[in-house]
Design a protein around this ligand. Structure first.
Ligand code: AHR
Length: 500
C-alpha cells in the first residue's frame, strides 16, 4: 500500500516543550517502595534508591515527574513525609487501601529526581486539605529561609530551597472516587484561593488546574469552563487525563483511540479559549496532559484483587504490556506532538511498576516493558519544533471511529542540531506501506537511521524471564532523493526516521 506525506520547514505547529515527555510517580502499589526505593536491594545507593532503575529512567530522558499523586495526594499530609524517618507516622492510605510508611517524602523525592536527571511537578492536596497546607508546602520547598517552614526544611538538612516550579492544584477533583470530590464550583473557588496564596509565597511558580479525569466524564467540558471561570488569571495550565484499554481485543479500534485523545485536546483548547474571550483576557492558558497511557491488563486479569488490601507496597496496576500497546502509545505521543502549540506538559502515567514502562522485581532485575521504546525515542529525538503533517493515507472505519488513517505521523526539526526526526506508525495489521515524504525546505538531508519497532506477534511482551523479547531494530528501509524521503513502514509498526 502507498501513502504520501508533506512536511515543510516553514509550516511549524509550535516549539516542543521538552516537558511534553514527562512522567508520573505516585505513592501507589510498588511505584515508590520496591520500585524506585528499595534500601535492601543489591543495587541500592546510600539513600536506598535503586541504581538500575535510575539508569533506565535516565535513558528515557524524562524531563519532569509528577509526584506524589494521583488519588493518593487527596488524603496526604505532606508533613508526614519530612523530618527524621523514625518519627514518621504509618498511615492508613485510603485511596489505594494500603499502609503508607512515609519513608519517602518530599525531600527524598527531590533527591531521587536529581539522581534521575529530572525535575519535580508537585501536586498539593485539595481533597482533605486546602489553602493552608498548600501554601506551607510551597514555603517549605521554595522559600530561602528565616520563616517557620523554610527553616524546618533547613533543619531537615536542606539548606537550599528546592525551587520546584510546577505545582498541580489537586488531582481529578471531578471524580466521585476522589477523597474530597468537589463540584466544579467548589473546586474552582478553592483552586483560585489556593493559587492566589501559593503565588504570593513564590510568584515564579506555574500552576496546573485539575481538568476532567477523562473525556467521557459527564461533567466534561462544563467542568473546565466553570473551573477556568474562577481561576483563569491565576493558573497556567489545565490538566487532562486519559487511559485506554482493549478488553474486547479489537486491535484496529484500539489503535485508533489516539483520535479520541486528539478530540479531547481540541475541545479543551476551545473551552480555554472560550473563557479567554469571555474574560477579554490576553493571557493564554495551556495544557498539561499529566496522565496518559494504556491501562487495563492487570484489572482484566483480576491481578489487583489477588493481593491483600491494607498492606505495604502490594502490587497494584502492574501492567504486562503487549506489542499492540506500544503502537497505541506511539500514536498517543504523536497526538501530543501534533498539538504542541498548546500541550506544553504531559506525563506518561506512570513510570515504575504501576501502569509503567519500567518493571522491577523485588530484590531482582529491572526491565523495560514494550511501551518503554516509543516513549524513549520521542523523549530523546523529538525536540525543536514540530512540523505540520499533511497526510494522504488510505483510511478505515472501526467500531467507534470513522476515517482512521492507516498512517499516523509527525516530524520534529531540531534547528540547533540540524536534524529532522520523522515519527510514523503504520496501523495496518496486514500490509506494509511505502510512504513518500516530501520534505520541503530540507534539500540535501541524508538518513542517519531508520529505527523500526515491529513484532511477529502483537500480543508479545517483555517479561522478567525474557526482558528483551520485543525490542526495536535499526536498518529500516528509507532513502532520500532530492527532497523526497521514501520509506517502507512494515505492517503494524512504529518507525523513527532520523535525517541530518
Ligand atoms: O495513575 C493512576 C490513577 O489514575 C491516579 O491516581 C489517578 O489520578 C487516576 O485515576
Amino acid at each position: 500500500k502507498k501513502a504520501k506525506v508533506i512536511y515543510d520547514k516553514e509550516f511549524v505547529i509550535g516549539k516542543v516543550d521538552k516537558r511534553i515527555y514527562g512522567s508520573f510517580l505516585e505513592h501507589m502499589g510498588r511505584a515508590i517502595y520496591t520500585g524506585i526505593y528499595e534500601p535492601d536491594h543489591p543495587q541500592a545507593d546510600e539513600m536506598g534508591f535503586r541504581k538500575d532503575v535510575l539508569k533506565l529512567v535516565r535513558d528515557l530522558n524524562v524531563p519532569i515527574v509528577r509526584y506524589p499523586g494521583g488519588n493518593f495526594v487527596s488524603g496526604y499530609n505532606w508533613e508526614d513525609g519530612v523530618g527524621p524517618k523514625e518519627k514518621r507516622p504509618r498511615r492508613l492510605e485510603l485511596a489505594w487501601r494500603a499502609i503508607e510508611t512515609n519513608e519517602v517524602g518530599v525531600n527524598e523525592f527531590v533527591e531521587w529526581a536529581k539522581r534521575a536527571n529530572t525535575s519535580v511537578m508537585m501536586t498539593v492536596n485539595l481533597g482533605t486539605r486546602g489553602i493552608d497546607a498548600a501554601r506551607n508546602l510551597v514555603e517549605y520547598c521554595n522559600f530561602p529561609g528565616g520563616t517557620y517552614y523554610s527553616d524546618l526544611r533547613r533543619q531537615h538538612g536542606y539548606e537550599q530551597p528546592h525551587n520546584i516550579k510546577v505545582w498541580c492544584l489537586g488531582n481529578e477533583m471531578d471524580g466521585d472516587w476522589q477523597i474530597g470530590h468537589k463540584t466544579a464550583y467548589e473546586y474552582g473557588r478553592l483552586a483560585r484561593e489556593a493559587s492566589k496564596v501559593m503565588k504570593w509565597v513564590d510568584p515564579t511558580i506555574e500552576l496546573v488546574a485539575a481538568g476532567s479525569s477523562g473525556p467521557r466524564m459527564p461533567t466534561f467540558p462544563e467542568w473546565e469552563a466553570t473551573v477556568l471561570d474562577h481561576t483563569y488569571d491565576l493558573v497556567d495550565y489545565v490538566s487532562l487525563h486519559v487511559y485506554y484499554g482493549n478488553p474486547e481485543r479489537d486491535t484496529m479500534n484500539f489503535v485508533a483511540k489516539s483520535l479520541e485523545m486528539e478530540e479531547f485536546i481540541k475541545t479543551v483548547i476551545s473551552t480555554i479559549d472560550y473563557v479567554k474571550a469571555k474574560k477579554r483576557s490576553k493571557k493564554v492558558v495551556n495544557i498539561s496532559f499529566d496522565e496518559w497511557n494504556v491501562w487495563y491488563h492487570a484489572h482484566l486479569e483480576g491481578k489487583d484483587e489477588k493481593a491483600q488490601p491494607w498492606s505495604f507496597a502490594r502490587p497494584i496496576a502492574e501492567e504486562d504490556y503487549v506489542f499492540e500497546d506500544a503502537i497505541l502509545v506511539g500514536c498517543m505521543l504523536i497526538a501530543l506532538l501534533k498539538h504542541c502549540d498548546r500541550v506544553k506538559m504531559a506525563c506518561m502515567a506512570q513510570l515504575v511498576n504501576v501502569i509503567a514502562p519500567i518493571t522491577t522485581v523485588k530484590g531482582g532485575i529491572a526491565y523495560r516493558q514494550v511501551i518503554y521504546y516509543p516513549y524513549m525515542h520521542a523523549a530523546n529525538f523529538g525536540h525543536g519544533v514540530a512540523l505540520l503533517p499533511k497526510v494522504n493515507s488510505p483510511k478505515y472505519d472501526s467500531k467507534e471511529f470513522t476515517d482512521v488513517p492507516y498512517i499516523e505521523t509527525v516530524a520534529t526539526y531540531n534547528e540547533e542540531k540540524e536534524e529532522i526526526t520523522v515519527f510514523a506508525v503504520n496501523r495496518d495489521l496486514e500490509d506494509s506501506f511505502e510512504i513518500e515524504f516530501k520534505l520541503d525546505g530540507f534539500e540535501g538531508y541524508k538518513v542517519i537511521e531508520h529505527i523500526v519497532y515491529e513484532s511477529d506477534d502483537i500480543y508479545k511482551g517483555n517479561t522478567q524471564d525474557n526482558p528483551d523479547n520485543v525490542v526495536p531494530h535499526k536498518g529500516g528501509n528509507s532513502k532520500v532523493e532530492g527532497n523526497t524521503l521514501t520509506s517502507i513502514l512494515p505492517k503494524f509498526s512504529w518507525n523513527v526516521i532520523r535525517l541530518k
